[in-house]
Structure formats: C-alpha cells, structure tokens
Ligand binder design. Structure first.
Ligand code: HEC
Ligand code: HEC
Length: 411
C-alpha cells in the first residue's frame, strides 16, 4: 500500500479529478498565475484576518480529518490531554477562562479523561485543531467534527503556564508535534500505513508522501522571516508563500479547493466549492509579517560571534550563498542537489520537488529551530559547520568551527 492518503481520497466522492475549467482558477508554474496578485500588506485589518486564517481556518478540511480519517471519533474516545500533550499538541493559555487556569494550576483538572480534551477543543484552546463540540443533556461532550489548521505545525507556545501550555508563538515550528503519530491513530488506516506514519517522529512531516508514495519526512520549517524571499520551500518550488499555502491547504490538509502544478503533475481538487483562494492574500500577508525571533540575551558569546562573522564572510565561504539581509541568494538562484549538505539522501527531496534543486536556507532566527537541514540531520549549529568544514574542505580549526557556530547563534 503505497499511497494511503491519495488512495483514500480518490476512493471517495470527495475528490474529483481536476476539471479543465477549474485549472484556469489556480496558480501554476512557479507560483505566479492566480496568486500573483497576493501581496504584502501592513493593513492591520488584513493582518488580523490573516492571523485568524493561520490559526483557525480549516478550509473545510473536516471532510478529510473527520469524514475520511475519523479523527473526531478517536479523539472523543481515547485522546486524553496527557496523550495530546505527549504527541506535541499545544494549549493556548489565552483561550482558557480563569477558572480553568486556576483548576489546572491546582491540579484539579483530569488530564486522563478525553472529556477534558473535548472541553479544551470547545474553548478553542488546542492549537491547530478546530473541533465542533456539543454538550448533551447529561453534560457529556461530543466531538461532531474536527478540522486541522496551519498552526498545528507552524505555531508553538512559550510554555509560560506549564510545559506545552502558554502563549502562542506563531511561525515558530512545532518541533514537538508528532504529526505521523496522530494520523496513525486513524481507524481508517491499515497497519502498513500506520507503520509509515509512526516512523516519522516529532517535528517532521512528509508533505509529498500522499501524492508520490515516497517516504522521507522533512523537519517542520519556521514560517517567520520569509518577507522578501521569493522562493518558498527548501526546494524553492514557488515564488510566493501563497503558492505553497495553496498546496498545503488543498493537498495536505484536505481543504476545499484546487491545486495544480504541471511541473510535478499534481492536480488535486476537493469539493465543488473553493474555500482556499479567497483566504490566500490575508494569510500570506500575516505570514510575511512574522519576523524571525531575535536571540535571547546571553545566548551567544559576542566576541566569538564577531570572529565567526569574519570567517562566515571569508575562509568558511558561507556568504557566497547565504548572502544579503536574509542570508540567502534565493532571489537570484537555486542550487544543484550537491550543494545541500543533507544530500545524498534517498529519496532525494529535490528529486521529488518541482525545481529539482535546493534553496539556500535563510538564517535569521536560525538559533531557534534545531535540528538543521531539511532532513534534520544536523543536531546543532556546530554540527552544521562541522559538516561544511569536512565536505567543502574548508580547513577550519575546532576554534573556528565554534566561532562560526556562535555567529549563527547571533542571527
Ligand atoms: C503537518 C505539518 C504541517 C502543517 C499542518 C502545515 N505545514 Fe507548512 N510545512 C510543513 C513542512 C514539513 C514543510 C517543509 C516543506 C518543504 O520545504 O519541502 C512546510 C513548509 C511550509 C512553507 C515553506 C516555508 C519556507 O521556508 O519556504 C510554508 C510557507 C508553509 N509550510 C505554510 C503552511 C500553511 C499556510 C499551512 C496551512 C495551510 C501549513 N503550512 C500547514 C509542515 C506543515
Ligand atoms: C553553495 C551554497 C552554500 C554554501 C557555500 C553554504 N550554504 Fe548553508 N545552505 C545552503 C543550502 C542549499 C541549504 C539548504 C540545505 C538543505 O536543507 O537541504 C543550506 C542550509 C544551511 C543551514 C540550515 C538552515 C536550516 O534552516 O536548517 C545552515 C545553518 C547553513 N546552511 C549554514 C551555512 C554555513 C555556516 C556555511 C559556511 C560554512 C554555509 N551554510 C555554506 C547553501 C549553502
């Protein structure tokens, strides 16, 4: 069983082949087309709308997560708050009434009862999950349907209340979220499918598996620090964030709309209404408004970082690709497969992409999101530099490797 999602999706009436008429509505090629008008906006009303979409819009994907995968049933029956937190789901403390916060702090909330999970969903407090919860005459909660939003992977919390419970940090990748383990709870999957999803681990997701049947997840990347970068994804598939937003909303979340990409042959339409296109401008504006976080005070050695900067620009040759304010040459060029220190890998992420190449990763805020490279194969920034040092035969001493590491921590 190679293509569980695709097979499940196409086996139902939920998914139609793309009608010729529909392709005219969607972007194609390098992210232009219908998304070309999507622009950056500083209009507070647009940003507020984009934030709402990023956090709460399911694009009608309940059809996939509930009607097909039956996740609402699993959650109602067996996902306790303890289980939810253990697979990396996060709770937004700002969505909790004071009484719930007090009870939590006093240890009076039952974390081993799925009913509590449903209460949290009813409050809109589980980041990235939108549940339609009803409460019956006996006071028992029921989860009628469940949808998933972008925030489940691209937001986390600051743990200010407790581990996994705090204020939202939009754009920070949720590297604790074990998406595969969650999907593997679906009763609609067979053991072979569950084994693949269960193999992914925390912080990783394969955004092409359901379409090409190949299995090698990437780390969830940050959604901040992307303003001014006109190649999105690690392979630079689109010219604008909205290109990939459409891809994910339709082909991964199962949202209602259309995505068509002649370079990979991906043509997906869900439903006969489009709940994605109209959301794209505000969603993109919000994402582009998310600045990379600055390093915490005292998190790096300033003198070593200054030495590292000189090395980065000189002996270590990093700036030949990590150039400009965002530390990437993405707007000028993409790179051959051999320029990725995650390669050779099987299957190659580039080979599965639209461009077959790699984008130089932007480095602002890089201190925040270990592990590194698209496959997460470098656990620290020093491990990154060590790998470049060996592969590019840079001749950096251990002290110099450390200095470049300190510089990266300062960005
Ligand atoms: C299940 C986890 C998951 C969810 C949910 C998810 N993403 Fe992602 N996202 C990823 C992964 C993994 C990648 C890396 C893909 C790649 O680079 O090939 C990614 C990449 C991206 C990128 C490219 C970032 C860059 O550096 O260029 C954008 C933009 C993005 N996602 C937006 C969204 C939006 C918008 C949504 C909601 C519609 C969403 N994502 C939902 C996991 C997720
Ligand atoms: C020939 C171009 C090139 C050079 C030179 C280069 N890089 Fe990169 N860098 C890339 C590309 C392409 C990627 C994305 C690789 C991947 O994830 O597959 C990347 C990724 C990274 C990442 C991972 C970022 C993340 O989000 O995971 C770091 C950190 C980094 N480079 C630092 C450096 C440092 C430090 C140097 C100098 C020692 C350097 N790079 C030299 C092209 C380059």
């Amino acid at each position: 069983m190679q293509r569980p999602f695709a097979t499940m999706l196409s086996s139902g009436s939920l998914v139609a082949a793309v009608a010729a008429a529909a392709t005219a509505l969607v972007s194609c090629g390098g992210g232009g087309g219908g998304d070309a008008a999507v622009a950056t906006s500083a209009d507070p009303a647009v940003l507020a709308s984009g934030q709402q979409i990023f956090r709460h819009d399911t694009f009608g994907d309940e059809i996939f997560w509930s009607d097909t995968l039956k996740m609402h049933t699993v959650i109602e029956q067996s996902v306790t708050p303890r289980v939810a937190l253990s697979v990396g789901l996060k709770v937004d403390v700002d969505a909790l009434p004071q009484g719930v916060k007090d009870a939590l702090a006093a240890g009076k909330v039952d974390l081993d009862n799925p009913q509590t999970t449903l209460t949290l969903l009813k409050l809109g407090a589980v980041i990235g999950l939108e549940g339609q919860v009803t409460t019956d005459a006996n006071g028992v909660n029921h989860l009628a349907r469940l949808g998933v939003t972008c925030a489940v992977c691209h937001s986390t919390v600051d743990n200010s209340f407790a581990s996994g419970i705090g204020h939202r940090l939009d754009g920070w990748p949720n590297r604790d979220f074990n998406s595969g383990a969650v999907v593997a709870l679906s009763p609609a999957l067979n053991p072979a499918q569950k084994a693949i999803y269960s193999s992914w681990g925390p912080g990783k997701y394969d955004a092409r598996f359901n379409l090409d049947g190949q299995n090698k997840p990437s780390v969830i990347p940050p959604a901040y620090g992307l303003a001014g970068i006109h190649k999105v994804t690690v392979t630079g598939d689109g010219d604008e964030v909205a290109y990939w937003n459409r891809y994910v909303a339709v082909t991964q979340l199962g949202g209602q709309g259309t995505f068509s990409e002649p370079r990979t042959g991906v043509n997906v339409t869900h439903g006969d209404q489009d709940l994605v296109t109209s959301a794209l401008p505000a969603l993109q504006a919000y994402q582009l408004s998310l600045a990379a976080p600055t390093p915490p005070a005292g998190s790096f050695d300033g003198q070593a970082a200054a030495r590292g900067q000189l090395l980065f620009q000189g002996k270590a040759q990093c700036a030949s690709c990590h150039s400009g304010a965002q530390f990437t040459d993405a707007n000028e060029r993409l790179h051959p497969v051999s320029d990725s220190m995650a390669e050779p890998e099987v299957p190659s992420a580039a080979a599965r992409s639209a461009t077959k190449q790699y984008r130089t990763s932007p480095l602002r805020g890089v201190w925040q999101h270990a592990p590194y490279f698209h496959d997460g194969s470098a656990p620290t920034l020093e491990a990154v530099v060590t790998r470049y040092n060996a592969r590019m035969v840079l001749g950096l001493t251990p002290q110099e490797v450390s200095d470049v590491g300190q510089y990266l921590r300062s960005l």
